[in-house]
Design a protein around this ligand. Structure first.
Ligand SMILES: *[C@@H]1O[C@H](CO)[C@@H](O)[C@H](O)[C@H]1NC(C)=O
Length: 267
């Protein structure tokens, strides 16, 4: 999760001088960002977290439940979003072009980041707490470190469709602790809208799509007294109401804490 160092510093200073006069300006969140793809750039505040050239948190994970965000396909080009971007986890996997023009180290050229984590400091209507690597990627060549020294900047962003390399297919991770009565599924690398608004499961031989519930981040779950029997087909519904079906993607002998790659991707 994103550090709350800004607020923390404030609280610490307030405690040291034992006054309560420390009020970082609280800005209410903006309207939710949805799957509409205009040309319009919106204003945000940008900060960064984790190692200077890293992918964010020390464990390269985050509040979406993804792991290894330092590796392909994210390659550290990832960010936390505040409420209207993270949307309680529904924003996980969505993609944004981000850029900055001030300070001088900014290149003003857009780069694409993936939402993998959340931040909660109320410093702007829209706030991206980027990985150190992604923050630096908004800089002119050779000025990455100089830009990171600015710490907090004004930046611009817009939602874009996610595009993954040809060999990156929609991938499912069955979470630890899953069993035939409790099934928890992490969904990742979804092209297009990138985010998931519904997940349904169908057992082999059945006609019935059963809905999973949102658990947290990009993880969806089902509790069922009747043991589930594979293979399973999985249907995803994106924010823009695209329906994506991966037939029999989870085999009968599925294991918890295992990865299942589909043949499915959105262009
Ligand atoms: C914004 O998204 C969150 C998470 O999906 C939702 O709970 C909230 O109602 C949305 N707000 C608006 C104004 O649509």
């Amino acid at each position: 999760m994103a550090s709350s160092s800004l607020l923390l510093a404030c609280v610490v200073v307030a405690a040291m001088v034992s006054v309560v006069s420390c009020h970082p300006p609280k800005v209410p969140p903006g309207p939710n960002i949805t799957a509409s793809y205009g040309e319009k750039w919106l204003e945000a505040r940008g900060t960064w977290y984790g190692k200077a050239t890293g992918a964010g948190p020390d464990d390269n994970g985050g509040a979406c439940g993804y792991k290894d965000v330092d590796k392909a396909p994210f390659l550290g080009m990832n960010s936390c979003g505040n409420d209207p971007i993270f949307k309680d986890g529904k924003g996980c996997g969505s993609c944004f072009e981000v850029k900055c023009s001030k300070p001088e180290a900014c290149s003003d050229k857009p780069v694409i980041v993936h939402i993998t984590d959340m931040n909660t400091e109320p410093i702007a209507a829209y706030h991206f707490d980027l990985s150190g690597h992604a923050f630096g990627a908004m800089a002119k060549e050779g000025k990455e470190e100089e830009l990171r020294k600015a710490g907090i900047i004004d930046m611009q962003f817009r939602r874009v469709r996610c595009k993954y390399p040809d060999d990156t297919k929609i991938t499912f991770h069955i979470e630890k602790g899953s069993n035939p009565n409790y099934f928890a599924l992490l969904v990742k690398y979804v092209g297009g809208d990138g985010d998931i608004f519904g997940v349904d499961l169908k057992e082999k031989g059945s006609e019935e799509w059963k809905p999973l519930k949102e658990s947290w981040g990009a993880i969806w779950r089902m509790d069922t007294p009747k043991p589930l029997k594979g293979p399973f087909s999985i249907r995803l519904i994106t924010e823009g109401d695209e329906k994506l079906v991966a037939d029999d993607v989870i085999p009968n002998d599925w294991k918890p804490d295992a990865l299942y790659k589909s043949q499915l991707q959105v262009d």
